[in-house]
Design a protein around this ligand. Structure first.
Ligand SMILES: Nc1nc2c(ncn2[C@@H]2O[C@H](COP(=O)(O)OP(=O)(O)OP(=O)(O)O)[C@@H](O)[C@H]2O)c(=O)[nH]1
Ligand SMILES: [Mg+2]
Length: 301
């Protein structure tokens, strides 16, 4: 039996979370067209007859501009060092910029097999792919290079087959029913944040956090959860936009998040949303901690 940890790393927005969800066949990590969607280390477990793979999704590697950014980068850096295999995701391009060079410098200090995943090949012209593979091959000694489309599920099975070739023999780390280390509460908060990210204008999403204030179960029919959540933002003007005209935006965020939370909890959900302003929370250790981002969450695996 094989088992081990596999980190998904790369710049923001390259499709790490989309790929992880695809590989395990379930939506656990939220995804959006906004960079810096993932803020935490998210572990998911994939078990089959060949063995068990623990995937570690990480925040996109970028220049931190506040304490939340420092926190996110610490998670990405730690995750890279504590796994058996690294999947480095990149866009289909031969433009290798400072962002990629920075990642290469970090990889050069690590003696872990690195598999380059060229994602989003559905957006690239086939003949160009060879050019991209060649450009990357020149700058690092990758164990493998695999072009895929996480969104369409193209070639993603190849990643699983390849990974088993690099994982050590060993026992399961989790029982076979385990899917993730993320508590339900956290996933519910993230689903609400995802709907905010996907529906709000560009400058607002980065400053948003979601806190579940209450999540209570009532036995009634197939069961009901009463959930109260607060969307935290950084400015009064943002609060107005998140609420929207006559509450329309907040209603939209709630009505998009609710069915997904219901699917996850396999129960009915009563969802109440509030919006609060906490100026510059992304630079406050105390508030970052209050909003569920904890230093203790750093990987130890
Ligand atoms: N066309 C196309 N789009 C993709 C593919 N994979 C991901 N995307 C899109 O790219 C965007 C970013 O995807 P995410 O999975 O959130 O990216 P990420 O790397 O986790 O981003 P961060 O968490 O911000 O670091 C989303 O809009 C996805 O739908 C793909 O294979 N093809
Ligand atoms: Mg992500």
């Amino acid at each position: 039996m094989k088992s081990g940890f596999v980190a998904l790393i790369g710049r923001p927005n390259v499709g790490k979370s989309t790929l992880m969800n695809r590989l395990i066949g379930q939506k656990i990590a939220i995804t959006s067209p906004r960079p810096q969607t993932t803020r935490n280390r998210i572990q998911t477990v994939y078990t089959e007859e060949r063995g068990q793979i623990v995937f570690v999704d990480t925040p996109g590697i970028h220049k931190a501009k506040n304490k939340l950014g420092d926190y996110m980068m610490n998670i990405a850096n730690q995750s890279m060092k504590n796994v058996d295999v690294i999947l480095w995701l990149v866009e289909p391009s031969d433009k290798i910029g400072e962002g990629e060079q920075h990642i290469i410098r970090q990889l050069k200090n690590i003696k872990i097999p690195v598999i380059l995943v060229i994602n989003k090949i559905d957006t690239a012209k086939r003949p160009e792919l060879l050019k991209y593979i060649d450009a990357y091959r020149r700058i690092y000694d990758f164990s493998e290079i695999i072009p895929v489309s996480a969104l369409k599920g193209e070639n993603t099975q190849d990643i699983l087959d390849t990974l088993y070739g690099y994982l050590p023999e060993g026992p399961y780390f989790f029982d076979e029913d385990t899917v993730t280390d993320q508590p339900m509460r956290q996933i519910a908060a993230e689903l609400i944040r995802e709907k905010a990210l996907r529906n709000l204008e560009k400058e607002i999403p980065h400053g948003i956090a979601v806190v579940i204030e209450k999540m209570e179960y009532r036995k009634c029919g197939k069961g009901i959860y009463d959930i109260e959540a607060t969307i935290i933002c950084e400015r009064d003007s943002h609060k107005g936009i998140i609420i929207g005209k006559g509450g329309a935006m907040l209603k939209k965020i709630g009505s998009l998040a609710r069915p997904e939370i219901e699917d996850m909890l396999e129960a009915q959900v009563n969802l109440k949303l509030w919006v609060k302003v906490r100026k510059d929370w992304r630079d406050s250790d105390l508030l970052i901690k209050n909003f569920g981002y904890r230093k203790e969450d750093y990987p130890k695996a």
